[in-house]
Design a protein around this ligand. Structure first.
Ligand SMILES: [Zn+2]
Length: 82
């Protein structure tokens, strides 16, 4: 089994999930917040990470990580053509 480094707090841990146990709750809250934000707003417009961070209160480092997820990638205006 491999140790992973938690992207939120930097602790090393063993798990199937992406963050350590201590951060698991905050991680899912942040993701839920982000999903809600996209649902409540016109997600197809495309957002910048900076805007999202201000609007949701999620720090931009975590946002960048979430947005790598395919689930969210369609919402982000990263300047690339589609
Ligand atoms: Zn952690």
């Amino acid at each position: 089994m491999e140790f992973k480094k938690c992207p939120r707090c930097g602790n090393f841990f063993h798990s199937e999930i992406d963050v350590c146990q201590a951060c698991k709750t905050n991680e899912s809250l942040d993701i839920q917040k982000l999903k809600n934000y996209f649902e409540e707003n016109d997600a197809k417009e495309g957002f910048t990470v900076q805007e999202l961070s201000v609007q949701t209160g999620i720090n931009s480092r975590n946002l960048n990580r979430f947005l790598l997820n395919e689930e969210f990638s369609e919402y982000i205006n990263n300047g690339s053509s589609k």
